[in-house]
Each structure stands twice: as C-alpha cells, then as structure tokens.
Write a protein that binds this ligand. Structure first.
Ligand SMILES: O=P(O)(O)OC[C@H]1O[C@H](O[C@H]2O[C@H](CO)[C@@H](O)[C@H](O)[C@H]2O)[C@H](O)[C@@H](O)[C@@H]1O
Length: 235
C-alpha cells in the first residue's frame, strides 16, 4: 500500500480559521508508525503549502504535495519543488484586493501560486464570493476555481490532487504499490479517482457526494483507521 492523506477535515478537524487547526498527538504517533510500516510510502496531499503542513506535523516531515499539486516533496529530506508563479495569479490577487469582500469579513489567503477566499465567518456571503471570483478569473485562462468547504480557491488548471498521486507513484518508495487516498472535500475527489483508477482504494471522509467506494464517518474515524492499520501490522 502507498497511503495518501489529505490534511484539513481528514487528519485534523476543521477550525474557524486556517491557523487554528490542532493536530491530535495520536495522529503524529500513527504517522510515525505508518511511515516505518509502509517503508516510507506515506504522503500528505493538501491544498495548503507544504511549509504549513510541516509546521502542523513538526518535527515530522513527510513526503508531501502542497497547493493541490503545485508543490511536491517526493521523499524525505528532498527539496520542495514548486511550479512557477503564473502571471495570471498576480493579476487575480490585485483584482481580489480591490473588491470590498475583505472589509465584509471574507478572509483572503494568499498561498503564493494560488489564492483562496474563505467565507466561514460570513457564510451569507457565499454567493458574493463565488460571483467575485468567477468574474475575476474571466480572461485569466491559466486559472480555474475549486469550491471547497467555505472556501473558493483559484489555482493553475494543470495541477490537482490526482496529478499529485500519479507523480508520487512514479517515484520510489511509492512505485508499484497500491494507492489508498483518504480525503473529505471536493478537491480530494481527483485524488480518490486517481487511486481507484490505478487499482487502489478511495475513501471519502464524511457525507456528501463522492466517487469513493468507501467511507469513514469523520476525522476521529480516520484516526482509528490509521491506528488500526498499525495494530493489524503487528499481529
Ligand atoms: O486539502 P486540505 O488539506 O484539506 O486543505 C484544504 C484547505 O484547507 C484550509 O481551509 C479549510 O480548513 C480551514 C481550517 O479548518 C477552514 O477554516 C476553512 O474553512 C477550510 O476551507 C486551508 O486554509 C486552505 O488553504 C486549503 O486549501
């Protein structure tokens, strides 16, 4: 097995603001155990930058894909590879800063090569956020939108979590292993589909539409599943 784990909503419960997320100690110990059990074939695949994942999991540093596949660290201690910044994303950030959404409580998360507008604290502004983002990306053909949990993100079209999974599987120690992808959000569907199309397993966390053939109820169930893999490996 090669195990690919989403972060927010899968390893850690969602929080009001991106920086408020807490990682339970049991997660860290399971990840350390799984890394050994899987001979290193364990990666985090997140919409966040890899640097943020590292700080949440410190001192553990795992192979990771960040920003929905725009960043990769293919193996332990390898450098983080990043796609070049698209000129379109710089244009978009300018347009979003000129909108009045931030003064109404929408949080603009500048992720470098991607940008997100969070409306978790002002859910009534969802339609406004979607409208502003949709209008702003018109004519910026390098970008597309993904609508996650209380967030609309713009990122280059060429990358997604499916791309990230396929890229890992071309590198040791992932090559030749059966991929398992666990995720909770719309952006995880590409990773789930990639794992299933490659003969592996896709697991959706929580409710909602999904192409996944398997489900786990919530983040606590993910924690139990991870610990269970280790328990079985010890028998
Ligand atoms: O791919 P993921 O690891 O699941 O990351 C997806 C996005 O997660 C973060 O936003 C989400 O989690 C926040 C903290 O719980 C929450 O406040 C927000 O409403 C969620 O959308 C992160 O801020 C984004 O950059 C990630 O793309």
């Amino acid at each position: 097995m090669a195990l690919f784990l989403d972060f927010d909503g899968t390893l850690a419960d969602l929080a009001p603001r991106p920086e408020d997320v807490q990682v339970a100690p049991i997660v860290l110990s399971s990840l350390v155990g799984l890394q050994t059990y899987l001979d290193g074939a364990l990666a985090i695949v997140s919409g966040r930058p890899i640097a943020q994942i590292d700080s949440f999991l410190a001192p553990l540093q795992l192979p990771a894909a960040g920003l929905h596949g725009l960043e990769h660290r293919m193996s332990l201690n390898a450098e983080v590879l990043r796609d070049e910044l698209s000129p379109d994303i710089l244009t978009l950030k300018g347009l979003l800063r000129d909108s009045n959404l931030q003064s109404k409580g929408v949080f603009l998360e500048d992720k470098g090569p991607a940008v997100a507008l969070h409306y978790r604290s002002v859910p009534e502004l969802e339609n406004d956020v979607v409208a502003v983002m949709s209008e702003a990306v018109k004519g910026l053909s390098a970008l597309h939108l993904v609508h996650g949990k209380m967030v609309v993100e713009a990122k280059p079209c060429a990358r997604d979590k499916g791309y990230a999974v396929r890229a890992f599987l071309e590198h040791a120690p992932f090559t030749g292993r059966r991929p398992v992808f666990i995720g909770d959000d719309v952006t995880d569907e590409d990773g789930i589909a990639a794992a299933q199309n490659l003969g592996g397993i896709g697991i959706k966390v929580g409710d909602g539409e999904s192409c996944a053939l398997h489900r786990l109820e919530n983040v606590a169930a993910v924690h139990e599943w991870l610990a269970g893999v280790l328990t079985v490996s010890e028998i």
